[in-house]
Design a protein. Structure first.
Length: 212
């Protein structure tokens, strides 16, 4: 098992690309830190109950708590599998925690998209509140407008996807997460793909970057 870290601003398509690749390649596993947190909260695990308190108060979940969840997933993933790690690390402190836990990081791939395009993209995002599937009104529309392909639930706009929140998230990304680009570049582990191409092209470029 090894790990490829996905880098890119919110809305750059990390989750969409990773989800597509994992659904089409049995040896790829998409692991989203956000999904891990929401899943742990929903299941009422010890970590989930601890995380819920931070999330409900509007505070960031501590690095060590998220790392604990990631460590558990790494430990249970065996065989010829590449984990596409999405949303962790989100800062230099988390990157160092990942190193300290001895996680087998093969490299990091940046999906590069300008901020202006990201803001336009996020305005069109829709999410299934039941099965958490993601869509976009232009780039990845459901078969029936406003309805999830998988479970038939009515799609919604997440609070995180409103314009003001998006601007705030981009500010946080540039301040806290963008330094990871230089961190992995200095280690000789960084690859970059153009994220403004159609999803199939971005996915193909991502696979090529993994092979290099």
């Amino acid at each position: 098992m090894n790990i490829v870290i996905l880098l890119g601003a919110p809305g750059s398509g990390k989750g969409t690309v990773a989800g597509k690749l994992a659904s089409e390649n049995a040896n790829l596993k998409h692991v989203s830190s956000g999904d891990l947190l929401r899943g742990a909260v929903a299941k009422g695990t010890d970590a989930g109950r601890e995380a819920k308190g931070y999330m409900e108060s509007g505070n960031l979940v501590p690095d060590a708590l998220i790392a604990r969840m990631i460590k558990d997933v790494v430990a249970e993933t065996t065989g010829d599998v590449t984990m596409l790690l999405d949303g962790f690390p989100r800062n230099l402190a988390q990157a160092k925690i990942l190193e300290e836990m001895g996680a087998p990081v093969k490299g990091a791939i940046l999906i590069d998209v300008p901020d202006a395009i990201i803001q336009d993209r996020i305005a069109g995002r829709r999410t299934c509140p039941r099965c958490k599937a993601g869509y976009h009104v232009k780039n990845l529309p459901p078969k029936v407008e406003g309805v999830c392909d998988h479970c038939g639930a009515e799609l919604v706009v997440r609070k995180d996807d409103n314009p003001e929140t998006v601007r705030d998230r981009l500010v946080v990304y540039h301040r806290e997460t963008e330094p990871l680009i230089a961190f992995y570049r200095d280690k000789g582990q960084l690859k970059s793909v153009v994220g403004t191409d159609p999803i199939d092209t971005v996915a193909a470029s991502f696979l090529d970057a993994m092979k290099d």
